[in-house]
Design a protein around this ligand. Sequence first.
Ligand code: AP5
Length: 219
Amino acid sequence: MGQPHILILGPPGAGKGTQSGNIAEEYGIEHVTTGDALRGNKDMDISDMDTEYDTPRAYMEAGDLVPDAVVNAIVEEALSAADGFVLDGYPRNLEQAEELSGMTDIDVVLSLEVSREELVDRLSGRRVCDGCGANFHVEFDQPAEEGICDGCGGELEQREDDRPEAVENRLDVFDENTTPVIEQYQDHEGFVAIDGEQPPAEVWGAIDSAVRERANVSE
Ligand code: AP5
């Protein structure tokens, strides 16, 4: 077996980005994230794909899904360049899950479970560095100096889609589109549900044990 192929699923704010960073660093694999890829290309011209809007920005700021054709192309390119990976933010509907099954095999499926109330608290308090993209939280993970990134000294800002109306919509979009994907992956032999409501270090401990049991990772 080569490097592990890991899928991390869960609602907005469940900690997918936080834990994917740990996974990528620990096992030396790529972190493939559709959210970051789209945020880096918010104003990309997608008008030739016959979409409702001409750029990803309008979908993302409302908390809606960007059209499948755009996201499928991003993931296909990223996975073809990666040996091992942790895939974060995809698939988000059954059509994307079908597309992924034609691209690659998956060894481990991690499903982070967190209550809606906790998700709203996490997302509304999240602050993101405009320089390096690091995540902080106004209550759970404060920087040493208010509004300033501990890592690079960049300014901390609120993501457009972390404002209250967009957060509620993102959670509804997840319930409607992505919950059926998770139900489908429950039959996968590498599926494991993780209690994402524990402190970050404990979530990481549960993930690390689950991955080591299910995939051939180097010590
Ligand atoms: P994306 O960037 O993927 O956003 P998301 O899924 O909504 O996830 P988040 O990044 O908000 O949360 P997360 O689970 O990574 O949590 P995090 O670790 O940051 O997608 C954004 C948009 O892009 C979508 O709405 C859509 O428009 C578009 N898009 C992306 N993929 C797409 C696709 N496949 N198809 C179509 N459109 C797509 O943690 C959140 C906060 O909680 C942080 O402040 C963190 O510090 C804190 N935290 C984390 N863990 C814990 C813990 N254990 N305890 C306490 N606090 C914690």
